[in-house]
Design a protein around this ligand. Structure first.
Ligand code: AMP
Ligand code: TRP
Length: 326
């Protein structure tokens, strides 16, 4: 056994394939963490059923999302990788945790309020953070890498770990949060004051990880930019240009300062063409790998992961059931 710290993270198979926001803010770290942590990654399909969805699309989106995780470099021999719905122990623990969760805390969740405004309320949407807590606690992880948007949910997981331990005896470590570095919030190309999101109705607002170079070039060319003509880094005053500079810096592996120096007077057109090229060059190998997997191969890898995850989580659940009197 290793004595590395164990981490868990999840990604929903919704809104089409992962986009550069997911990659810069999350997936790239998932891959790098494989070197230093005992990593568990999950395609959280049960979570994506909490807003209205099409079953055929979900079926394909699960496979596409898993395939993209493999393409960016999640290594199924190093990380435990599986579909949440294949491991019902998550659901069992979620039920148990729901009995020690206060309604008020769930009703105050920002994401619940936002999503229920848009999609209507349902019990699953309210219980979403409890299932997420179960995902985390069932593996007894030490830390969870998530963006700001998930901080409130992680706080609930910590509360529930402490509450469970206090009521039934020590079982769960209280997980810490690993925050992604700066530049971890990629903004929409069509509205640089909101974050790039898979649920934005405009496909031009985001670059998908398997977009071909001409599509990337076109999306960057039509990205909303700011008044004036100088390329300077100023997230408040020039959110559009600053967002492109951050992407350029990430994919071109150069500092924002040196890029801003080089392009300050180049004009937006020239600058955007260079940004598009840097992103396309960075994503090229990912797209190739993505296309080299077939669906059946992905399903096999995911089945293997699920088997191991069921074995591991069943061991934890035996101890939980014992403690709660079942
Ligand atoms: P989601 O697509 O909401 O399931 O998010 C999956 C992961 O990607 C989470 O860790 C998010 O915090 C991260 N993420 C999503 N959108 C962005 C964005 N625009 N910028 C940075 N990180 C993001
Ligand atoms: N709710 C997370 C998101 O939308 C996905 C998720 C589900 C997750 N379960 C998790 C993330 C457990 C970290 C740990 O991004």
């Amino acid at each position: 056994m290793t004595n590395k710290q164990r981490v868990f993270s999840g990604i929903q198979p919704t809104g089409g394939l992962p986009h550069v926001g997911n990659y810069v803010g999350a997936l790239n770290n998932w891959v790098e963490m494989q070197a230093d942590y005992d990593t568990i990654y999950c395609v959280v399909d049960l979570h994506s059923m909490t807003i209205p969805y099409d079953p055929h699309e979900l079926k394909q989106a699960r496979i596409d999302t898993a395939k993209m995780l493999l393409a960016v470099g999640v290594d199924p021999d190093t990380s435990l990788l599986y579909y949440q719905a294949d491991v019902l122990q998550h659901v069992e623990l979620a039920w148990i945790l729901s009995t020690i969760t206060g309604l008020g805390q769930l009703e105050r969740m920002t994401q619940f309020k936002e999503k229920s405004d848009r999609a209507g309320q349902n019990l699953g949407l309210l219980a979403y953070p409890v299932l997420m807590a179960a995902d985390i606690l069932i593996h007894k992880v030490h830390a969870v890498p998530v963006g700001d948007d998930q901080a409130q949910h992680l706080e609930l997981a910590r509360d529930l770990a402490m509450r469970f331990n206090a009521r039934f005896g020590d079982e769960f470590p209280v997980p810490d949060r690993i925050t992604p570095g700066v530049g971890a919030r990629v903004m929409s190309l069509t509205d640089p004051t909101t974050k790039m999101s898979g649920s934005d109705p405009s496909v031009r607002s985001r670059i998908l990880l398997n977009d071909p170079p001409d599509v990337i070039a076109k999306k960057v060319r039509s990205a909303v930019t700011d008044n004036g003509s100088e390329v300077v880094y100023d997230p408040d005053g020039k959110p559009g240009i600053s967002n492109l500079l951050e992407l350029f810096s990430f994919f071109g592996r150069r500092s924002i300062d040196s890029l801003a120096d080089e392009y300050v007077d180049a004009g937006y057109g020239t600058f955007k063409a260079a940004v598009g090229e840097a992103i396309a060059a960075g994503l090229g190998p990912i797209r190739e790998r993505y296309e080299s997997f077939d669906d059946e191969e992905v399903s096999m890898i995911m089945r293997r992961g699920a088997e191991e995850a069921r074995d591991r989580t069943e061991i934890e659940m035996k101890s939980v059931r014992e403690k709660i009197g079942l």
